[in-house]
Design a binder for this molecule. Structure first.
Ligand code: NAP
Ligand code: MG
Length: 502
């Protein structure tokens, strides 16, 4: 069946060819195979609700085949004998291949996820390539230590060894980038992997599988299993021969993953979960910069970002001024298909997500909060896609669902604060602790805020910046474990202590 590509979009021939080969297959043991029961599912374009192509649905049997391949590759194949430099060469090749196929990968990302092509092409895709290079650089630098102990006839040292077979379960908001965030360190450390992309956005992960093949990775080192959380993701979590699961997604599913690990083989778990991040503007801030910062802290990616600055605290003296500026800027944001030139934000990823976000908006309204802009699904030529405009709430109680729960849509709740203790108490009044922002010209105030806030990342006079070298992860129910930087090595290795009698 020919893919239903928007007729007004000029795509690379390679993108069309990729979509044409339908259904997309699973990548197991270095080969592209159909699912054992030949089951498939559609992946849709959220800008128009049309099916892009069909994709194999991995059953628990397929998961088992992939685990066997990964185990074999870990214990018996060429991979286990490679040194860090050899793994680095392969990772570097993948990075180069991502760069040389960036146009095509960006198109697939925008078709599948909806985000503006400019952001896919100049944000997500090059960042994924850089991430592979960063961990290529670390592959040969994973070190243990020598330990002075009280027994003088003993020489003690530690080794950092790979975990073994690791399952990587990722969400739909940054599909290729999330794959890179997990695959690059897992492979640099010498593990073999099973990657399960989100069912809404499987395409770039599958294209990445082809690039791994082209780079020359031995069979079984990277396996790609498309399918929904249940059965595919759950089968990875339940498998007795998977040594670790690294997960990014909702706190709710994070809990299921911990349960699954506890009930199977006590596999290791690391979790990157939801957030409800406070973003604070003090009266002494550069207000035009802070207003734009607060705007993009939540509305970039249509709010579908775990760090989105969804609780905006504005010091009362400048509240009206900042809010007016924010509303004016929000109304200038261009919402539309990711392929429309100069569009700022695309659709929500799925009809289910649109309904979820719309229900939160309705709940806030019913509870007495005021919508100062947005709030209503966009129609006209956008009717068939899942588009919501930037939405700003005010006059909400801190206990409301829209203030406490992760919405994952273009919705911010703005509020005024009067003094320090009140601000810190309210900013920390959440079960999450992923990130926070603060805007002030007073370095002392910024330092005090950085210490007082319960969050894994704090941005001062900026928001939403990431780098492969900078650790990232949550406090509280936003998860545990740190991705990126040297810290990620701890997620994908275990320590062996060796005692040598001398
Ligand atoms: P999700 O359900 O947590 O999904 C994340 C990944 O886990 C997907 O690959 C999903 O598969 C898989 N999964 C789902 N149930 C599973 C299970 N029982 N066992 C193993 N894997 C499972 O997130 P979502 O449904 O995409 O979004 C729901 C909400 O989660 C959002 O509205 C947002 O609040 C939050 N979220 C947070 C992040 C973040 O980065 N912190 C990212 C995405 C979503 P399928 O999706 O293929 O079923
Ligand atoms: Mg899709």
């Amino acid at each position: 069946m020919a893919p239903k590509i928007p007729s007004d979009v000029a795509l690379n021939p390679a993108t069309i060819q990729f979509l044409d080969h339908s259904p997309k297959k699973l990548f197991i043991n270095g080969e592209w195979v159909n699912a054992t029961h030949s089951e498939t599912f559609p992946t849709l374009n959220p800008a128009d609700g049309q099916e892009l192509t069909r994709v194999a649905l991995a059953s628990p049997q397929d998961v088992d085949l992939a685990v066997q391949a990964a185990r074999q590759a870990f214990e018996k194949g060429a991979w286990g004998k490679m040194n860090g430099e050899e793994r680095a060469r392969l990772l570097w090749k993948v990075a180069d291949l991502i760069d040389s196929h960036a146009d095509e990968l960006a198109e697939l990302e925008t078709l599948d996820n909806g985000k503006p092509l400019r952001i896919s092409r100049h944000g997500d895709i090059p960042f994924a390539a850089r991430h592979f290079r960063y961990y290529a650089g670390l592959a040969g630098k994973i070190e243990g230590s020598t330990i002075p102990v009280s027994l003088s006839d003993q020489f003690v040292y530690t080794l950092r060894e790979p975990m073994g077979v690791v399952g990587l379960i990722i969400p739909w908001n940054f599909p290729l980038l999330m794959a890179a965030w997990k695959l690059a360190p897992a492979l640099a450390c010498g593990n073999t992997t099973l990657l399960k992309p989100a069912e809404e956005t499987p395409l770039t992960a599958l294209r990445l599988g082809e690039l791994f093949q082209e780079a020359g990775f031995p069979p079984g080192v990277v396996n790609i299993l498309t399918g929904p959380g249940i059965p595919t993701g759950a089968a990875i979590v339940a498998h007795m021969d998977v040594d670790k699961v690294a997960f990014t997604g909702s706190t709710e599913v994070g809990r299921e993953i911990m349960k699954g690990a506890a009930q199977s083989n006590l596999k290791r778990v690391s979790l990157e979960l939801g957030g409800k991040s406070p973003n604070v503007i003090f009266a002494d801030a550069n207000l035009s910069k802070a207003t734009r910062g607060a705007l993009w802290a939540v509305f970039s990616t249509a709010g579908q970002e775990c760090v989105a600055g969804t609780r905006l605290f504005i010091e009362r003296a400048v509240y009206d001024q900042v809010l007016d500026g924010l509303v004016a800027e929000a109304q200038k944001i261009r919402v539309g298909s990711g392929f429309t030139p100069k569009v700022h934000i695309g659709p929500l990823v799925s009809e289910r997500q649109l309904e979820r976000v719309s229900a939160f908006i309705a709940n806030g309204r019913a509870a007495g909060a005021e919508i100062v802009t947005g709030g209503v699904r966009l129609g006209g030529e956008l009717t068939s896609g899942y588009f919501l405009p930037p939405t700003i709430f005010t006059h909400q109680d801190d206990g409301l669902q829209i203030v406490q729960e992760e919405i994952f849509g273009p919705v911010v709740a703005a509020t005024a604060f009067d003094e320090w203790d009140e601000l810190i108490q309210r900013a920390n009044d959440t079960r999450y602790g992923l990130a926070a922002g603060v805007w002030t010209q007073d370095i002392r105030k910024a330092h005090q805020f950085n210490h007082a806030i319960q969050a894994g990342t704090v941005w001062v006079n900026s928001y939403g910046l990431f780098d492969s070298a900078a650790p990232f992860g949550g406090y509280r129910e936003s998860g545990f474990g740190r991705e990126m930087g040297k810290e990620a090595i701890e997620l994908y290795t275990q320590v062996k202590t060796v005692w040598i009698g001398i």
